[in-house]
Design a protein around this ligand. Structure first.
Ligand SMILES: Cc1cc2nc3c(=O)[nH]c(=O)nc-3n(C[C@H](O)[C@H](O)[C@H](O)COP(=O)(O)OP(=O)(O)OC[C@H]3O[C@@H](n4cnc5c(N)ncnc54)[C@H](O)[C@@H]3O)c2cc1C
Length: 306
């Protein structure tokens, strides 16, 4: 069944866009179009959209696209754009409840305002809660799943399930189902358990962490954070820098001069193919010169341009 059949999309309350440029929805600001992109009105509307998809139709989830390279040929099937500036954020039974479309920095500030500690690290992760769950995002000693009490998932059939952390296998920037299967469904919400703390101290720490980022990361240029995972006991940035790759460019994509594990798209004109070629080049040079095979942390999706 093709996505062009309009009969599947009646009664929805969200915004449906055809041929939507995904460059608008990724922090690298490049990549092709989605056949169909859907911005759900809320979680029930998302469930209705998912139910309306033909069986077997591919479904791609994008949060703030801050860890994503979308290839220039775009994404076939349906894409759900989860970021929701109006998403629900609340405290209930001592837990912080956040819908998946809420931006992670907002959770950090909300938790600080409600006297929680240790959520500060989320202030520097410029994605959504759903993306932080899918990636087990972390920095400065904190990782998302350390604080997850439970999550809500929308399954492909359109039903919601509440799951406990024990139902997942969690690692450094990886999350699988317990037993090792790939993630299923769409994260729609999470309940976080943060320790009680002091609002002023948490706000101060957020400011310090953000200042550290501004000093060390090329935040003024389109990028997707760390391109490679840190190998055990080392830093990808150190290895890349030791190979003198800072500033190396392919097309309009360049290894950042400021942080070697970032690839930037300085004038917004890089093609995804430039970035992917540069990722491949960096990996080849680093393995040749240091023997370390770097693994990408960024997710690469979609089709190459024909
Ligand atoms: C300047 C900068 C700094 C960064 N610093 C850090 C850092 O310190 N630590 C860190 O860990 N990361 C960092 N990142 C990477 C990125 O912000 C995180 O991985 C973030 O959690 C991704 O969230 P997102 O909503 O943007 O996800 P996306 O990039 O949109 O998607 C990433 C993956 O998550 C999946 N996904 C997204 N939402 C859902 C959902 N609701 N349900 C199921 N799957 C979903 C997508 O399908 C995709 O596979 C940084 C990025 C930038 C640009």
């Amino acid at each position: 069944m093709m996505m062009s059949d309009p009969i599947h999309f009646t009664g929805l309350r969200g915004v449906l866009k055809r041929d939507e440029p995904l460059a608008k929805h990724t922090t690298w600001r490049c990549g092709g179009k989605a056949d169909v992109a859907y911005i759900p009105a809320d979680r029930d509307d998302l469930a209705m959209f998912v139910r309306s998809l033909p069986a077997g139709e591919s479904l791609t989830v994008i949060g703030l696209g801050s860890n994503l390279l979308v290839r220039d040929g775009g994404v076939r099937g349906a894409v759900v754009l989860m970021h929701n500036p109006g998403g629900v954020l609340a405290v209930s039974d001592g837990l912080v409840y956040a819908e998946a479309g809420v931006a992670s920095p907002k959770v950090a500030r909300f938790a600080a305002a409600h006297g929680c500690s240790e959520a500060e690290f989320l202030a520097g992760v410029p994605g959504t809660v759903g993306g932080a769950l899918a990636m087990n995002a972390g920095c400065y000693g904190g990782e998302t799943w350390e604080y997850v009490a439970r999550v809500e998932v929308l399954l492909r059939g359109g039903d919601f399930a509440v799951r406990m952390p024990g139902e997942y296998s969690i690692g450094y920037r990886t999350v699988h189902r317990a037993g090792g299967a790939a993630l299923d469904g769409v994260f729609t919400a999470a309940w976080f358990r943060f320790p009680q703390g002091d609002s002023t101290a948490a706000r101060t720490r957020i400011r310090e962490l953000l200042a550290r980022r501004v000093a060390t990361q090329p935040l003024n240029l389109p990028n997707a954070g760390s391109v490679f995972r840190n190998p055990p006991g080392d830093h990808a940035a150190r290895l890349i820098e030791s190979c003198r790759l800072k500033g190396y460019a392919i097309g309009n994509a360049r290894v950042s001069e400021k942080h070697a594990n970032f690839i930037v798209n300085p004038d917004g004109r890089a093609r995804a193919a430039d970035i992917e070629a540069l990722i491949g080049h960096v990996r080849r040079v680093v393995v040749e010169k240091t023997g370390v095979a770097l693994e990408a942390e960024v997710r690469i999706i979609g089709e190459t341009e024909k």
